[in-house]
Design a protein around this ligand. Structure first.
Ligand code: CNA
Length: 354
């Protein structure tokens, strides 16, 4: 296979399915057959790990990633519940502390039922009880959230794709186009009642859910092929299709996982990962995936230190947390003075009636 044909086949293999166009030009004759063969060869060799992409990290460690970042890169972050556990919000699957291990009190038929719409329509109480525990306003963003904010401030963050619903990315300063909230968010929500939807929500729904989905889809088609570095943090990569996004970057794009455990590896039963694109940290063929096993906060702080940003990150966390504390204190004072005013008014009213 010529070098050019092989390059073309590689490019086609890297193109997301939805961007692929059928090639029906009849004048290409055998050339088109060659291209298809090249494409299939490339796909199989990639899937079987025979033809890895280019190795761009000088070493598969956090130091290697830091040196690579310093040359200025388009970074995508993919994050999950593990980035918010240090803020006090439990994740799903951590043994002992995860929500799935602690849902007995809600008497669910099985743990996932709490997030299923059919179950919710019949038994909304467990979801609302859980939502009260997770509702934004009670928690502060973590070091990891502010590390992503620093990536943004330094012009390195293409976008953050989050599975979380706790809105802490927004509190940390990722907003608008910085953020795709792939599993929805408490920031916007809607009534599931058919009657309610009919009366209020066609425009509203369109302005939120549909447009958000279309934009998210458009963004990921744009972002992933252009990504220079994918940072995956605090997720078990068990929920599809989100998890399969790790295979949407080019096969030369390094992927850094900061998590308590290794996730996203190609294993039997790993759904989309078993067809190529899964993470490979340890095999002889590993050439681009780095696993840094630690808390997300420690991992981000270690990376910040290697980048020479440690002090700046520490100061940002301190400053932003102090700001949140002072806003909370003002809000509490206001609520207390409103409460005392209304208690006073009620007391005067009852004095008059007596
Ligand atoms: P998960 O399946 O519970 O996985 C969490 C992962 O993070 C696991 O691999 C843990 O080992 C790891 N982890 C936990 N704590 C830390 C830590 N401090 N540092 C590093 N790693 C840690 O959660 P996923 O996000 O993968 O699953 C997707 C679900 C979770 C989405 O549908 C979310 O909506 C849902 N969820 C969100 C929140 C939230 O918004 N904060 C909380 C709980 C669940």
């Amino acid at each position: 296979m010529s070098e050019e044909a092989s390059k073309r086949a590689q490019e086609e293999a890297d193109t997301p399915d939805l961007e692929c166009q059928s090639d029906d030009s009849s004048d290409e004759g055998d050339a088109s057959g060659d291209t298809e063969m090249d494409f299939l060869r490339s796909l199989f060799s990639r899937t079987l790990g025979l033809s890895p992409g280019e190795k761009v990290l000088d070493e598969l460690t956090l130091d290697g990633v830091a040196r690579y970042i310093l040359s200025g890169k388009n970074i995508i972050c993919m994050v999950g519940a593990g980035i918010s556990t240090s803020a006090g919000i439990p994740d799903f699957r951590s043994p002992g502390t995860g929500l799935y291990a602690n849902l007995q009190k809600y008497n669910l038929p099985y743990p996932e039922a709490i997030f299923q719409i059919d179950y919710f329509k019949k038994h909304p109480e467990p979801f609302f009880a859980l939502a009260r525990e997770l509702y934004p306003g009670q928690f502060k963003p973590t070091v990891c959230h502010y590390f992503m904010r620093m990536l943004k401030d330094k012009g390195l963050l293409t976008r953050c794709y989050s599975q979380n619903i706790d809105t802490l990315e927004r509190v940390a300063g990722l907003e608008g186009e910085d953020l795709i909230e792939a599993h929805g968010t408490f920031h916007t929500s809607h009534c599931v009642s058919f009657l309610c939807r009919k009366e209020y929500s066609m425009d509203w729904m369109f302005g939120t859910t549909c447009v958000r989905l279309i934009l998210s889809f458009y963004c990921l088609l744009q972002d992933f092929p252009r990504c220079d570095l994918l940072i995956i943090m605090g997720t078990s990569l068990q929920v599809q299709p989100f998890a399969s996004l790790v295979s949407r970057v080019s096969n030369s794009c390094p992927r850094l996982l900061i998590n308590m455990e290794k996730t996203g590896q190609s294993e039997f039963g790993m759904g989309l990962f078993s067809f190529g694109g899964g993470m490979d940290f340890d095999s002889d063929k590993a050439y681009r995936d780095v696993a840094h096993l630690s808390t997300c906060d420690d991992g981000c702080m270690a990376l910040a230190e290697l980048l020479g940003w440690k002090e700046e990150l520490e100061q940002m966390v301190k400053r932003e947390h102090a700001l949140i504390d002072s806003k909370d204190a003002k809000k509490k004072d206001k609520e207390a003075s409103q409460n005392s005013k209304s208690t006073g008014a009620e007391a005067r009213k009852s004095d008059k009636t007596e």
